[in-house]
Design a protein around this ligand. Structure first.
Ligand code: SF4
Length: 415
């Protein structure tokens, strides 16, 4: 799909919003990475963009976040009854579920009405793969793992016949788990001290690190210790989109922190903080936000950066697009976070402390609750029956999807 074809759909065929452009051109119906570009082309063509989250809410995500926070709303039903219309859709339900989870309160995301709002992956606390099985990603904070835990991962993969691959975020992904096996796999992992890695969520994923002063001759700070501290602080934090971070132990930057939403690079005097980088469809190097911070200041700045992003970004907007759309850009962000120009910092600090205090492992929470466990079946009327259509073949000594797939490279999208 070319830019000219999309522009023609807007200017000649009258497409006036992203949904219409998607229907007309099929752009944005694959991985969705080009959706920000569609918005940009609509704006460049002079189309006034609605701030409405979807047909059920006239408010933007940011406005809904404030409504939920200020009015203490705790459910989608309450919100749609008081501020929306209809019964919700696949756009507003996960967005509101994410806001409710970000604001916190200790409710498990699979409890009560919350469970019905979740996206496909959150719904099973695992990532759906192309043959209908799921992948399992336990958290490995900072990428540091003991031999004993490595052995457990190997044993679990062997015993459940799972494909294993090391991820870019320095952890180990276990692929090919049938839905009914997820609780048994996680029972083994939780008993060995693992917890959810939130690879399925719009949430903090990983904090990657190099070995820093622990091993490296060039290191000037303990990058592993800092990465583990950050990952344990922000684990489970739900956001408008996924959040990745990294810590490098010196300017050589082996952890590639500058292509992360939050990047930390050690200096002789402390830490440099970079924000709003990412790889993906449109790579962006992170911007230097503050230099030579001590550890406490670094964490305080990241707390506020993440909470301000969570409060004010659009649905599915990474920190890079958010910063580029922010009035006043990086200078404004510094004013808000460092100078407290909006008088928000105490609230942002409190929100992060609440998140840290309320954290609990989602998978441990499933295993202890028979109601939550009941969803992990292929057939509700035959809970012990595995899906017979799932097949595997062997490739390079590991099981991979066979010929029966649930989806090709593109899915039909609701218009
Ligand atoms: S970033 Fe620096 S400290 Fe870290 S591994 Fe590379 S050279 Fe060593």
């Amino acid at each position: 799909m070319t830019k000219d074809a999309i522009t023609a759909a807007i200017t000649e065929q009258g497409c006036a919003d992203v949904g219409a452009v998607k229907t007309c051109t099929k752009a944005g119906t694959g991985c969705g990475s080009c959706l920000p570009l569609l918005k940009q082309l609509l704006a460049e063509s002079g189309v006034a963009m609605s701030k409405a989250l979807c047909e059920h809410f006239t408010q933007s995500r940011q406005e809904l976040f404030d409504i939920i926070r200020v009015q203490g709303i705790r459910s989608f039903s309450e919100l749609v009854a008081s501020h929306g219309t209809g019964r919700g859709c696949d756009i507003c339900k996960p967005a509101v579920a994410s806001i409710l989870a970000s604001i916190g309160g200790g409710q498990h995301i699979l409890d009560g009405e919350q469970a019905t709002l979740q996206d496909t992956n959150d719904h099973m606390l695992a990532n759906l793969q192309r043959n209908g099985t799921y992948s399992v990603v336990p958290r490995v904070p900072g990428g540091e793992i003991t031999p004993e835990k490595l052995i457990v991962l190997g044993e679990v993969a062997r015993d459940f016949n799972l494909y294993t691959k090391i991820t870019g975020g320095q952890r180990i992904d276990l692929f090919g788990a049938r839905v009914e096996l997820l609780p048994a796999i996680w029972r083994r992992l939780v008993d060995a001290g693992f917890e959810s890695g939130h690879a399925y969520g719009k949430a903090l994923r990983t904090v990657k690190s190099c070995v820093g002063t622990t091993w490296c001759r060039y290191g000037v700070q303990d990058s592993v210790g800092m990465a583990i501290g950050l990952e344990l602080r922000y684990r489970g934090l739900r956001a408008p989109h996924k959040v990745k971070a990294a810590v490098s132990g010196c300017a050589r930057e082996c952890a590639e922190a500058r292509n992360k939403d939050v990047g930390v690079i050690a200096t002789e005097n402390g830490w440099n903080l970079y924000v709003a980088g990412n790889g993906g469809f449109k790579p962006r190097h992170a911007d230097l936000f503050a230099a030579d911070l001590d550890s406490g200041s670094l964490i305080r700045h990241i707390d506020r950066f993440l909470m301000f992003y969570i409060r004010t970004a659009d649905r599915l907007q990474r920190t890079s697009n958010w910063l580029e759309s922010l009035d006043g850009g990086l200078d404004h962000l510094r004013d808000v976070i460092v100078e407290d120009s909006l008088g928000l910092c105490a609230e942002l600090d409190e929100a992060m402390e609440r998140h840290v205090g309320n954290y609990s492992d989602e998978w441990a929470g499933v295993l202890e609750d028979p109601d939550r466990l009941r969803r992990f079946t292929s057939f509700v009327n035959a809970p012990d029956t595995p899906d017979p259509s799932i097949e595997f073949v062997t490739e390079r000594g590991q099981p991979v999807p066979g010929p029966s797939l649930i989806a090709g490279p593109s899915l039909e999208v609701r218009t």
